[in-house]
Design a binder for this molecule. Structure first.
Ligand SMILES: C[S@@+](CC[C@H](N)C(=O)[O-])C[C@H]1O[C@@H](n2cnc3c(N)ncnc32)[C@H](O)[C@@H]1O
Length: 247
């Protein structure tokens, strides 16, 4: 895989990327959902729906949602009527907002859904314990991408599905010019005013320094997966990847 720089949220600290990411999401948890929908003009909802559309044909009894944050993807995953959804995250504040949202908006589903603190790079689950693993806008925050993908391989059953929604690199220079102005200049500026944090500076930097397209699929394939689908969304601002764990 092409080499990418390791990008951290805060530059003037010796803390590991994982700890910095946890601190950052704990700090911005309260405004996360609102800013997400405003900054994406609501398009993120369409992207999440599309991800569900691609998972639907596969057996999806037990679903694990990595880096679940405030649980946004869970509201779509529940429509698949799985036996169980487990959402994990390293940020307690993100999860506690997720729990409040689920209690309020999905009261009847509380027994089916569990949100817990866990690290995607070192999970507490047994081998082959899930049919589907999902991850929306989380894997880019990995401290060690190798460990993240290896852990997904371990907890998925053979033939299980790994479905990812992540920002990607736009190929069209006309679109990327105007989008990048918005993403690199306007969004961080407004994000800082609202959150008081540099999270929205970290966002475009982390996207730029994370593999996308073939670069990413080659990497995941090298860990024992087969690529079933790569679907760029909205001119490639984001991409859905569907992988199958080799049988
Ligand atoms: C951009 S948010 C995405 C949240 C949610 N999936 C969504 O679509 O809105 C990224 C999340 O990844 C979590 N995260 C980062 N590294 C993680 C790790 N190693 N294990 C679990 N969660 C992690 C962060 O705490 C944060 O909540």
């Amino acid at each position: 895989m092409e080499k990418f720089a390791k990008v951290v949220p805060y530059k003037d600290t010796p803390l590991s990327k994982k700890t910095q990411v946890k601190i950052m999401f704990n700090k911005i948890a309260r405004t996360y959902d609102l800013l997400n929908h405003i900054f994406s003009l609501g398009i993120d909802k369409r992207w999440r729906k599309k991800l569900i559309h691609y998972i639907r044909p596969f057996a999806h009894g037990r679903i694990l949602d990595l880096a679940t944050g405030t649980g946004d993807l869970i509201f779509y995953l529940i429509k698949l009527k799985p036996e169980k959804i487990v959402g994990i995250d390293i940020s307690e504040n993100m999860l506690s907002i997720g729990r409040e949202k689920i209690k309020k908006k999905l009261p009847g589903y509380w027994e089916k859904i569990s949100l817990q603190i866990d690290d995607s790079e070192n999970m507490s689950f047994e081998d082959a314990s899930f049919d589907v693993v999902t991850c929306a806008f989380g894997i880019r925050n990995s401290e060690n991408l190798n460990n993240w993908v290896k852990e997904v391989y371990r907890v998925l059953r053979p033939g299980g599905i790994f479905a990812i929604l992540e920002f990607s690199h736009i190929k069209n220079p006309i679109i990327s010019g105007s989008f990048n102005f918005y993403f690199n200049k306007i969004l961080p500026f407004v994000g800082r005013i609202i959150t008081g944090d540099r999270a929205y500076y970290y966002l475009p930097e982390s996207v730029k320094n994370f593999p996308s397209g073939k670069n990413f699929t080659n990497f995941v394939e090298s860990h024992g997966f087969k690529t079933l689908k790569t679907k760029p969304l909205s001119f490639g601002i984001a991409t859905i990847y569907i992988f199958e764990k080799n049988k």
